[in-house]
Design a protein. Structure first.
Length: 273
């Protein structure tokens, strides 16, 4: 669902309004703006601004804005990339392929995560693809060279001068069978977007509030992504704000993943995490 102010580029997903344009273009919202969004639905508006500021804040986007080939990587990372290329093929594919074959892969991926609340139903999976037009995304496939089977995919959001690595699914057994799909995929995409396409940067998204995977620390450690610090403000419906304030003192003992994620984000907004 997109709002009527196309210039703002906000979309509603899982009851939260988030900016769907490149993070360096998002501006601080005034009260009228976020009130208008909340009148259209949802429980909260997440607003990040001052992208890549000098101040080390409690919120950031994980980005890479330079590509220096294999030379910038450790020998261990280079070896794993080469092993991935020996066993797997990484290529751009049609969105329809991901829509028709990707859900079982994604389901298996989420079942392998430590936190389970982010799992998508088939309906949410379809809703995800309806959020943007075909021209707004790239889909990558990972194929086993031995049998031609699709074993993973990646969906990326595209803008004029930047790209976000968004939805990823890889069969769990390929994380453990020494074929190193993550290494081959991210190297291939970094090279394509930064070197071949000449984009300003690629991003793996903002700081995780659910802490459901270790992808972002992996990107920073293995592929020299960095934290682009920014400011974070979260605006709630009035009753939602009351609930958050009541639960906030108990954030360290609450175990419900969806509630904990909101309280984590509130702690980040307050500079406490």
């Amino acid at each position: 669902m997109k709002n009527e102010w196309n210039d703002w580029k906000y979309s509603l997903y899982r009851n939260a309004w988030r900016y769907s344009g490149p993070p360096h273009e998002e501006q601080k919202l005034d009260k009228e703006a976020y009130d208008n969004l909340l009148r259209m639905g949802g429980l909260l508006v997440r607003n990040t601004y001052d992208f890549d500021c000098q101040e080390e804040t409690c919120f950031w986007h994980v980005i890479k804005d330079q590509f220096e080939g294999m030379e910038e990587l450790t020998s261990k990372t280079r070896n794993r990339i080469n092993k991935a290329f020996d066993h797997l093929e990484f290529k751009l594919i049609d969105r329809s392929t991901v829509q028709s074959q990707g859900y079982p892969i994604l389901k298996a991926t989420y079942e392998d995560y430590a936190v389970s609340d982010r799992a998508m139903s088939t309906e949410v999976f379809e809703e995800y693809f309806n959020r943007f037009y075909t021209k707004d995304c790239d889909c990558w496939g990972i194929y086993d060279k031995a049998d031609g089977q699709l074993v993973g995919f990646q969906v990326n959001w595209l803008w004029d001068d930047a790209c976000q690595y968004d939805l990823i699914g890889i069969l769990p057994k390929y994380k453990r069978n020494q074929t190193f799909p993550y290494y081959g995929l991210f190297y291939t995409m970094n090279q394509y977007y930064l070197q071949e396409k000449g984009l300003k940067y690629v991003t793996d998204g903002s700081r995780s509030v659910s802490e459901h995977s270790n992808i972002q620390p992996f990107m920073i450690e293995k592929f020299n992504f960095r934290k682009a610090y920014c400011k974070l403000e979260v605006h709630y419906r009035w009753w939602m704000k009351t609930v958050v304030n009541l639960l906030y003192p108990f954030r360290n003992i609450i175990t419900i993943p969806s509630v904990k994620a909101i309280l984590n984000m509130e702690a980040m907004q307050r500079g406490k995490k």
